[in-house]
Design a protein around this ligand. Structure first.
Ligand code: ZN
Length: 143
């Protein structure tokens, strides 16, 4: 169980990201773009990635609208993706999916886990899992 102080801190981080999303807006020189839609909640997200010749994500942006969880998750994702290889990005996605479903995650680097752990509270609300994973699924389709 997550303690109350930690839960409160995570809620604050989610609110902050949903009100002030990072890397928000189209990316002019993106070479991988995909959209996602969550009909259960009405969340929409469009993910823009610029992957360089070495196969690394040089830039990651998104735009869209939806509930606080969907926007915060996309914003957190955009912060995590920069500099990652496609394989690393998919690995992060796997970790995020497990966390929001309340499954054990033991294969994420400490800092990545800390960032993604913010979304772990979603596991108590199965209806919101799609909100929390929408941007990640769009990222995967884009790649
Ligand atoms: Zn939502």
């Amino acid at each position: 169980m997550m303690d109350a102080n930690l839960r409160e801190l995570y809620q604050e981080i989610i609110l902050d990201h949903s009100r002030h999303p990072r890397h928000f807006g189209p990316l002019a020189d993106a070479n991988h773009v995909a959209e996602g839609f969550n009909p259960l909640c009405g969340d929409r997200v469009k993910v823009y990635l610029k992957v360089d010749e070495a196969g690394r994500i040089a830039e990651a942006n998104f735009e869209g609208r939806g509930c606080a969880i969907s926007v915060a998750s996309a914003s957190l994702m955009s912060e995590l993706l920069k500099g990652r290889t496609v394989e690393q990005a998919e690995h992060l996605m796997g970790g995020c999916l497990k966390l929001v479903k309340g499954e054990a995650v033991d294969d994420l680097a400490g800092a990545d886990r800390e960032t993604l752990e913010v979304m772990a509270g979603v596991s108590a609300f199965p209806m919101r899992v799609k909100c929390a994973t929408l941007a990640w699924h769009a990222m995967k389709s884009a790649l």
